[in-house]
Design a binder for this molecule. Sequence first.
Ligand code: ATP
Ligand code: MG
Length: 300
Amino acid sequence: MNKVLTVEKITKEYGRKNVLEGVNLSVNQGEIIGLVGPNGAGKTTLMKIITGLIKNYSGDVFIENENIKTSKRKKTKSVGCVIETPGFYPNLTGYENLLFFAEISGMRDKSEIDEIVKSVGIEDYVHKKVKQYSLGMKQRLGVAQAVLTYPPLLILDEPTNGLDPAIVPKLRKFIKQLAKEKNTAVLISSHILSEIELMCDKVVFIQQGKIIKIESLNRYSEDGGTVSFVTSKIEALESFLNERNLSYKVIDKDQIQCKINTEDLENLVSSISKADIPLRSVYEVKDSLEKKYLDTMRGE
Ligand SMILES: Nc1ncnc2c1ncn2[C@@H]1O[C@H](COP(=O)(O)OP(=O)(O)OP(=O)(O)O)[C@@H](O)[C@H]1O
Ligand SMILES: [Mg+2]
């Protein structure tokens, strides 16, 4: 896998306070990584360092294997970003702003602007002056600008902040599509954990300037999962499982949970029903990201 971004031992002080401490992180091509943590944890600071907005820090940031401190080519140009409220020329239209940005980034094929305008869903107002935009409208124009040149790395700091919930799935789909089709590496922060859960391959937990955990959100875990069985004949199911030496936990008067490989599940369900034990429901139990977040932040 090609690493697009590598962050090594980043430490940043404000006054005497370390707001980032020894942060290591990498993002591969086509990978979407979520950055989550409490207010003031250091997410925005880290993203500003990566995008070159903060220059005074210790440690190193490599974008496509070049250190942004010493790189002659402006490596930060290969980064598209939305950090805080994007600045635009208020007296120009959204489209004119995008055109201007395309010009300075040396983008040749201007027809791609229209494609992106459509993907982000701003075609209804892109020809209005930016000073007439609402917060969410500016935010969406910001996303369009960030992806305009299809940069290999995309840094999005709370991109859904202030967005109408009806737009969020469209944006999510678009970002996933960029990762998949254009191989874009994406680092995204959000306080909306369900968003992160639906979009990201991995989630990085940050607390008081330190990365405390990195967890893969892969849908298929190799060591199997926990499956819940709901039945009115719980005792029969217990003896069935005992006979097969399968360990389980009784959760409720009609519910049992087992750790089992997904491949074995079909066979198990069919033998349970052959044994005349009725099953009302069988489902995989997963900790929500919210639960993982709370457990991680509490240090569990
Ligand atoms: N310019 C600054 N001067 C001094 N301290 C700062 C400055 N910018 C940020 N900080 C401090 O750095 C810490 C990290 O802030 P940062 O904005 O990175 O947090 P965050 O994780 O993005 O939080 P949020 O979830 O609220 O956006 C905070 O304690 C903040 O007070
Ligand atoms: Mg922030």
